[in-house]
Write a protein that binds this ligand. Sequence first.
Ligand code: ADE
Length: 225
Amino acid sequence: MKIDIVTLFPEMCRAPLSESMMKRAQENAIVDLRIHNLRDWTQDRHRTVDDAPFGGGQGMVMKPEPIFAAVESLRSDHSKVILMTPQGKRFTQQIATELAQDRHLIVICGHYEGIDHRVVEHLVDLELSIGDYVLTNGAIAAVVVIDAVVRLLPGVLGDAQSAQDDSFSAGLLEGPQYTRPAEFRDWKVPDVLLSGNHAEIAAWRKEQGVKRTRENRPDLLEDKS
Ligand code: ADE
């Protein structure tokens, strides 16, 4: 998969996408990731990317010209153009799974009060939000989406099963996990996990997943009914 990020803050994306699994995915040529500075597609001396909103109001709006120039120079026939914005569709594991099937993602990071709407109308295939809160810009949101997508690509996770066991993939949160020591500060690991009885362990994990989902994310259980 090829991924191009277009942002005003390349450094905000660089470090988190250069570590751990993201690093390995690039070294192993599973993903070809490039981070671009939107200002490289400006034409004026000041490298202007924003302007005041028509109709008045606070803040600045991102101009369309550099964004169109960036996407038009990066895209090919099979590119999907994504805009990171708090006005987007809420990003989920389901969307991550769908995006993992794409060959080329171009991820535009919004900034300021917004982005000229002609970008949304005539350039973007999908507007994505990572949640109901507002970040200073879309760079961190883009990193979140790319991390979630890249780890689903074949060969990135060591154990092919582990993506399927993820919270959300199964529609429930994962239950608790424990490791050694079996007793820490008087707190013992549940006996069933030490029993060696795989059927009982699986049943316990399922039950704990439901319990945790009911406590932390009852909306996931309601969605199923
Ligand atoms: N930019 C600012 N806030 C955002 C959010 N929640 N999701 C995506 N992009 C954003």
